[in-house]
Structure formats: structure tokens, C-alpha cells
Design a protein around this ligand. Sequence first.
Ligand code: FAD
Length: 405
Amino acid sequence: MSARTIAIIGGGPAGATTAEKLAQGWGLGSHGGSANRVVVFEEKLGWEKPCGGGLSHKVLRKYPFLAEAAGGAKLLHDAEFIAATGAAMRFRLRSPLAIYSRATLNHLLLRRAEDAGAEVVADRIVALRRGDSGWELDGRGRTYRADFVVLAGGARSRLRQVLTEDFAARDFMLTFGYYLPVPCELLRVRFYEKFEGYAWAFPRPDHVSVGIGAKMSEGTMPELRARLGMFMQKSGYPPDPERIYSHLLPSLSVESWGKLRLAGQGWALAGDAGGLVDPVTGEGIYYAMRSGELLAETLLEDLPQAYPERVRNDFGRSLALGARLGRMFYHGEFLGGGVTTRMIEFGTHSRKLLEVMQDLIEGSQSYLGLFARLQMGMARTLLETGLGRVRKALLSGILTGVSRQ
Ligand SMILES: Cc1cc2nc3c(=O)[nH]c(=O)nc-3n(C[C@H](O)[C@H](O)[C@H](O)COP(=O)(O)OP(=O)(O)OC[C@H]3O[C@@H](n4cnc5c(N)ncnc54)[C@H](O)[C@@H]3O)c2cc1C
């Protein structure tokens, strides 16, 4: 087969991982590698992309170099979940969570792609069209040619429209937050009732990323700011108007998962550009990297048409189920209270529920069994605490009876 050029638009986790795995597979970093080329176009090399930067244990297990990158991330061992009622539950994580500054993470991933033999070009691709022989990509000052295009340009990429149908407004979460230069060792997540989203505080090596994210339908930006303001006030984080961030986060609806098109003739979408984000938690770095890896594998096999099916089998089906269950998680009720409120209230009394929360943060709990585990855990706690009370009442009755005799 003749030499091919793969153009990757976007050098975030999805684009950089696709490039690294492709270049590795073709041996581009070594003499005698193939004549193929892998070119990453990135307009803001290694920037601080608005993000929490949290990497669960699932990511660190799959990509161990992320846990080993000395000084790159903060490893957190303790977390606190706060319910809408203010009830809080602090717990130790079984395995630490790594929180990266996105500038550090993006630099690291792009360097790995370059070391593997990919070319990184600092340019913004402003237009994309099919030419007589493959694709033509317009940069800011010149036009590039490619045989295959990977769009890994993130959630806001307008180039999606050239390739496939664009996402609807309901397929996004709004986010807003601050980078605060305050010391912090505790990961905090604050839930609300009847609100599909949450606020967070993710400590990084030299600052904290404090933010809030919610489905577009859940409120306006000023409402999000007000909710975040309350959380920050209660947690003792001073707002800093100088270091604000805001960005869109894909959160595909059930319908959009059903009709998602991840590849076509000579193109594919990876990461946020393909909507590949957990619709309940907003976790996207793992799925960006994993989709890049799966795409690279199919390109190396010269089978890119198999990529959508591999994504579906690997994690797509689970995320689509998340889209179905997300509303139940955030809007559902159990015993007259919100699911998240009850999960936290009952979690302080139940080891089983604590394990569910640890698994959620570790990324080892799929949506398939989540609700069954939550309901079982809550019912069991209710039974145990209820039985505990009955036992106490009986005992005190017996003792009162004994003392009367
Ligand atoms: C507020 C917020 C908090 C989040 N917190 C977490 C978290 O804690 N953990 C987690 O796992 N996920 C989190 N996410 C999601 C995560 O940030 C994304 O899922 C992840 O960055 C997706 O990676 P990507 O490579 O697909 O896209 P991106 O990281 O967005 O990278 C796309 C890249 O493409 C470049 N680009 C775009 N268009 C062009 C163009 N035309 N030409 C050249 N370059 C271009 C951009 O500069 C960018 O660098 C969060 C998201 C938000 C918004």
C-alpha cells in the first residue's frame, strides 16, 4: 500500500493519543519505519484547557505512565461528598485519584506523540474539504493535504459540521469555575436536588480547580454561578474574578447516542468531538484517550470502518446507558429524598454504600449495576438501622422490666 498521511485536528488527550499509538504502530520514531506520516495540528500547544483534570484509578491503571509522571499531578487520598441538605460524608479512597493541570497533561501527551514519531504543527485548521486526492486542510497561512482526517478538536469544534450532523444544545453541559491558588488536600463534590449536575473542588499541585457543571436545561450561567458561589462560601474558597474558566462539555442525550456517527469515508471523530464523555460524571479524559487508542488500532489494521463498533463494545454502550440513568440519579427519589442525598446520608452508616462511592470515584462501577447496588445498599442500611433501633427499644424495655421486678 502507498504511504499515507493521517491528519489529526486537535492535540488534546484524544488527538495526542491517536497520534502516539499510530506513530508507534508504524514505527515512525525509528529508522526504517514506514513512509506514512502522522501530523497533529494544534492551535494552542499544551494549554490550560478548562477542566477539573481528575483522573480516576481506572485511567491510571490503563495508562500507568500517568501515575508515574513525577510531579505532574497531585495524588489525592481523601474525598468528601456533600448532599443538597448539607449532610457530608468524608471517606478515604482505596486507590488515589490523580489531578493534573491540563497544561501539564497536554504537554506530556503531545511529547509522547512526538517521541513516537508524530509531527506536531502549531496551526489552527480553519477549513476542511475533500480534494481530488484526499483531504485539503486550510491552516492560518497554508493548505495541507491528507488521506485520512481525525477530528479531535474538542467539544466546540465547528469542523464537525463538515463531516456529520452537529450536536444539539441538549447534548451539552455548561460549566463554570475558578482556579484558586489556595492549599487543599481534599476532593469535594457537592450535589443538589432536582439538578442534573454538581459542583467540585479538585486540588492540583499548586492550585484548586473549583467549578460547577450541569445540563444546559438545568439553568442559566448566572444561576450556575450563584450555586457555585454558595458552595465556595461554605467551603471557604474565595472567588477570584481574575482566574475564571467556562467551557462546554458534551453530555449526549439518549437519542444522540442512538444516532451517533463516529466515522465515515476517510474520517473519524475522537474524544469530545465525538461526544465521548460520561453523561453522568462528565469524565472525558479517559474516553478521549481510549477512543484515540481504538481508532489508531483500526487504522493500523486498515479497518477504520470497525472503529465505531469497537467504541460501542468497549465503553460506548455503558455511556449510553449512563445517559438513560443520569436523570434518575440526579432527579430521582428514594424514601422522599433525592437519590444523591439518601446515598450520602445512608452512606455514613453503611460500608456497602461507602464501597459504591469509592467504586464510582475509582471508575470501576459501570452504570449496569449502579442503581441496583445503590437501592440494595440503602434498603439494607434502612433495615439495619431500623433493626438497631428496634433492638435498642426492646433491650431498654427488657431492662426497664428487669429493674421494675
Ligand atoms: C469544566 C470541565 C471540567 C472537566 N473535568 C474533567 C475531569 O476532572 N476529568 C475528566 O476526565 N474530564 C473532565 N472534563 C472533560 C475533559 O476536559 C474532556 O473530555 C477532554 O479534554 C477531551 O479531550 P479531547 O482531546 O477530546 O478534547 P480537548 O481536550 O478539548 O482537546 C481538543 C484540542 O483541539 C484543539 N483544536 C480545536 N480546534 C482546532 C483546530 N481547528 N485547529 C487546531 N487545533 C484545534 C484545541 O486547542 C484543543 O487543544 C471536564 C470538562 C470541563 C469543561
